[in-house]
Design a protein around this ligand. Structure first.
Ligand SMILES: CC(C)(COP(=O)(O)OP(=O)(O)OC[C@H]1O[C@@H](n2cnc3c(N)ncnc32)[C@H](O)[C@@H]1OP(=O)(O)O)[C@@H](O)C(=O)NCCC(=O)NCCS
Length: 247
């Protein structure tokens, strides 16, 4: 499935999320100083320490923006002050809400690339999201050989030079969205098998064991902005997607 011609809604005051809904939020990360200062105040001590460890100021600011916005969004869904939210981290680093947060089983995942972030929020459904800024890469084939399945590598190799770059990033985001849904790391990338063409949207052919076989997963490509590609992987069928612009 591809969500093309995406419309990104402005948030309403009352943000409700139903079990059969998946909310995707798009946010700019290059923010003015006054907004960054406000968002920085929402971070926990460990997040503030992490922010201080970035070598480049731009990376520090983007982390503060992405985390502060994450807290703001989740706080709205849970009706909790953003700074009161508590995260714990799965073995490979996936942040999840501690069980006691707001009494709702809210799942989320986020991805940032360049100056954009995407967030996926669901109720009682695992979710993974990945976003990539389309940038020139000279070694798409070598990367595909290293990280992708044999079939995907061959599919990339067969494309014309002008198609290769975007196809590579589409495969990458689709595969990463799946492994991020399970909380795995890049080592699992070759276990997820995707088929796509420049004309056709991605199909999930095969997934690693943590994507339980008895549950259906839906993989959906998104077009968040020009020069970006993205994908979201969600457990179970029968849900509706809404896209929101964080202001
Ligand atoms: C998860 C991973 C694929 C994401 O990489 P990426 O494309 O650089 O980053 P993205 O922007 O798409 O996503 C990053 C966000 O996803 C979340 N995240 C981190 N680890 C995650 C994981 N394993 N699964 C799902 N989401 C994860 C975080 O919110 C992170 O944002 P933050 O860095 O601001 O906290 C990569 O970080 C990875 O392979 N991690 C695993 C590392 C590992 O195996 N460690 C061993 C244990 S020490």
């Amino acid at each position: 499935m591809t969500a093309s011609n995406d419309t990104w809604l402005s948030p309403t005051a009352d943000l409700s999320l139903l079990k059969d809904e998946v909310h995707i939020w798009r946010a700019e990360l290059n923010l003015p100083e006054w907004r960054l200062q406000h968002l920085a105040q929402l971070l926990s001590p460990d997040e503030q320490q992490r922010a201080e460890r970035f070598y480049f100021e731009q990376h520090r600011q983007r982390f503060i923006a992405a985390r502060g916005i994450l807290r703001t969004l989740l706080g709205r869904y849970l009706a909790i002050e953003p700074h009161q939210l508590q995260f714990r981290y799965q073995p490979r680093g996936k942040p999840v809400l501690v069980e006691s947060c707001g009494g709702k089983q809210l799942f989320f995942n986020l991805s940032h690339s360049n100056d954009l972030a995407l967030y996926a929020v669901t109720l009682e459904r695992q979710v993974g999201i990945d976003l990539e800024y389309l940038r020139p890469i000279s070694d798409a084939e070598q990367l595909a050989k290293r990280f992708f399945s044999a079939g995907e590598y061959e599919a990339i190799r067969a494309l014309s030079p002008s198609q290769k770059q975007e196809a590579f990033f589409r495969y990458w985001t689709c595969k990463e969205a799946c492994i991020k849904a399970t909380g795995e790391g890049l080592a699992q990338l070759d276990k997820v098998e995707i088929s796509l063409t420049p004309e056709a949207p991605a199909n999930l052919l095969n997934s690693p064991s943590p994507l339980q076989n008895d549950q259906d997963w839906v993989l959906l490509e998104l077009t968040p902005a020009s020069n970006y590609v993205a994908a979201v992987a969600v457990v179970g069928k029968g849900w509706q997607l809404s896209r929101w612009q964080f202001l």
